[in-house]
Design a protein around this ligand. Structure first.
Ligand code: TRP
Length: 337
């Protein structure tokens, strides 16, 4: 019998360099990225989407710093540029080039239906720019250039992966098989880590209340204080259920950081108050992110090493991306130079 040849699957994901990452980014995305990197069945490709960040107004020096900080922080979380393809979007011009072409295969109507566009144009009413509108075409370029099979994203980005699929199918139906059709992958646990102050909202660093989020750069004392202040309820029972959103959110955090199930956590804290429970959550989070913070402090000082890594990443990524871009150019009928 022939041995089946199993092809590795390409997984692609990206994150915007909008300031220091939160515990939500870590548990919902970055931790999974590292798992894919370590899994032999996947080629892991990760990118810092600085071009997407430009769809809202940025202070140039801050964008520059944050991009480097994001690169260092993601490495500190465990992304190893020798094992993963890890680069910065603007360093690979094929993304912007492919996005232009894909824009011409994307309909005004479908872009108008994107909930993120509607939300962001309401929030930034003074700057509803064309980039904000065509954001999904650039994201489709990111994904499709690498012949991606799987796109791990938060549930807020699922619609963008779906439009990328539609664009790819449309292009393929005109020109033949140019793109692989990607699938979104939404993590179940950890995908939505909620605010510690208002568990109806997603944990976000743009929240005005700094107690609502944990940053990966927070000190141990800050982490303990923020968990002590986390909103719970008046029942004093550690149970995962509807109506106990604060406690359930803390249980999710404890579950993803320790690997314990909700049942195990409920049993462990049976008859104990929220004080002990919150301390346990804070300790589990510290155990997980203290090493990340230390590694980050070391890496961010080593600018030469970081530059060497993102330079190599851009070179490797360009090779792959340019192959797909070349096919696109040929198919649409550009006269080659
Ligand atoms: N839009 C994504 C976000 O804001 C980031 C992103 C850009 C992305 N390009 C991507 C995610 C491609 C997945 C695949 O979270």
């Amino acid at each position: 019998m022939e041995t089946p040849i199993t092809k590795k699957k390409n997984i692609f994901s990206a994150i915007q360099p909008t300031g220091t990452f939160t515990l939500g980014n870590y548990l919902g995305a970055l931790k999974y990225w590292v798992r894919f990197q370590e899994n032999e069945d996947y080629n892991a490709i990760f990118c810092i989407a600085d071009e997407h960040a430009l769809t809202v107004r940025q202070v140039p020096s801050e964008l520059r710093n944050r991009t480097l900080e994001a690169y260092a922080m993601i490495m500190a979380c465990g992304i190893d540029p020798e094992k993963s393809l890890f680069f910065i979007q603007n360093h690979v011009p094929a993304h912007a080039q492919a996005a232009w072409i894909l824009n011409c295969y994307t309909q005004f109507g479908e872009l108008s239906r994107m909930t993120q566009f509607k939300d962001k144009s309401a929030k930034h009413a003074d700057n509803i720019n064309a980039g904000l509108f065509t954001y999904p075409a650039l994201m489709a370029a990111d994904i499709l250039l690498y012949q991606t099979d799987i796109v791990p994203v938060g549930d807020d980005q699922k619609q963008h992966v779906e439009i990328a699929r539609n664009i790819a199918q449309r292009f393929n139906s005109v020109y033949g098989d140019v793109f692989n059709i990607p699938e979104p992958l939404i993590a179940k646990v950890g995908a939505r880590i909620m605010s510690l102050q208002d568990p109806a909202k997603k944990m976000s660093k743009s929240d005005e209340n700094i107690n609502s989020y944990i940053l990966l750069t927070d000190t141990n004392d800050q982490i303990i204080k923020k968990f002590k202040r986390a909103v719970t309820d008046s029942e004093a029972s550690v149970k995962y259920r509807n109506g106990k959103t604060g406690v359930s959110n803390l249980m999710s955090i404890l579950s993803v950081t320790t690997g314990k199930t909700f049942e195990q956590i409920e049993t462990e804290f049976e008859g104990k108050g929220y004080g002990d429970f919150k301390t346990a959550v804070a300790e589990a989070v510290i155990a997980e992110i203290e090493p990340v913070r230390n590694e980050y402090e070391r890496l961010i000082k080593d600018k030469a090493y970081l530059e060497q890594c993102y330079r190599k990443g851009a070179e490797k990524a360009s090779k792959i991306a340019n192959r797909t871009l070349g096919k696109m150019y040929k198919k649409v009928g550009f006269l080659p130079l």
